[in-house]
Design a protein around this ligand. Structure first.
Ligand SMILES: NC(=O)c1ccc[n+]([C@@H]2O[C@H](COP(=O)([O-])OP(=O)(O)OC[C@H]3O[C@@H](n4cnc5c(N)ncnc54)[C@H](OP(=O)(O)O)[C@@H]3O)[C@@H](O)[C@H]2O)c1
Length: 242
């Protein structure tokens, strides 16, 4: 039987790098995407050809609660039992404190916290005993940032969530961990002005952004190491050590 891993936001950025890393290791993949169906199909074709594993893509929007039922229904229809789940999809809002609205605050929290919690509650029975869940937090949940208040607080909540879920998942024999990336060179960061990027690099001991591929190997380690549970692994290249 195939070892399936569900990755939310798995066709781009960090999620796609995790998909590559796990596909190479022989895992079958169920990847969600929001809007770019063509890119999702390209990712599916590429991963299937490269690694010879089963790849499914499903449209799902983390700001829409109906997507929880959609993912559950897809797993049921395809009779997929999951080895692991990687909650990767996330959104931000960069409005200033004065400008931010309750609606935007709720949207960020819904996508980053509520959606993964209630998706997990819905599909926990479809994760095999001995499997695991990996959440994506952020360095911004540890080192507050001047902008993106809702994002930083929501990612702190993700870190707390990891530890709070450990006991809830014991009856299912499922481990739960998190990754708190620093600055990873995806579109999320590439779109920032050069000067801001240089300022960031100057604060990182290693002097550079993290490559998605090197971060992806941390997700794989958390999925495969049977004794790591309740940890949030910070991967920031030594931020603030410079
Ligand atoms: N890059 C960094 O420096 C960094 C640092 C710390 C944490 N993170 C976290 O890492 C995760 C991935 O970020 P990334 O750097 O890979 O960003 P990215 O390249 O901009 O990709 C964003 C990902 O989130 C998905 N997404 C966006 N809106 C969504 C929605 N409404 N519903 C479902 N999925 C949605 C996207 O799916 P589509 O491709 O379908 O649009 C895409 O997979 C996020 O949780 C982010 O907070 C990133």
């Amino acid at each position: 039987m195939d070892n399936y891993v569900l990755i939310t936001g798995g066709t781009r950025g960090i999620g796609k790098a995790v998909a590559d890393c796990l596909g190479e290791a022989g895992y079958a993949l169920l990847l969600t995407y929001v809007s770019d169906h063509e890119r999702a199909c390209r990712a599916k074709a590429e991963l299937t050809e490269k690694y010879g594993v089963d790849v499914h893509v499903v449209q799902a929007d983390s700001t829409d609660r109906a997507s929880i039922e959609k993912i559950y229904a897809y797993l049921e229809k395809e009779s997929i039992t999951l080895d692991s789940v990687v909650f990767n999809a996330g959104i931000t809002c960069r409005d200033s404190f004065e400008e931010m609205t309750l609606a935007d605050w709720e949207k960020v929290f819904f996508a980053n916290v509520h959606f993964p919690v209630f998706l997990l509650q819905r599909i926990v029975g479809q994760i095999r005993e001995g499997g695991s869940v990996v959440f994506t937090g952020s360095l911004m949940g540890i080192q507050p940032h001047a902008v993106s208040v809702s994002y930083g607080v929501s990612k702190s909540a993700v870190h707390a969530l990891v530890r709070n879920l450990v006991k809830s998942l014991v009856p299912y024999r499922i481990r739960v961990n998190g990754v708190a990336p620093g600055f990873v060179d995806t579109e999320w960061q590439k779109n920032k002005p050069a000067e801001i990027r240089r300022n960031i690099e100057n604060k990182i001991a290693l002097g550079r952004f993290c490559e998605p591929e090197e971060l992806a190997r941390v997700y794989r380690m958390l999925i495969e190491n049977d004794y790591i549970n309740g940890e949030v692994v910070v991967v920031d290249g030594g931020y603030s050590y410079k």
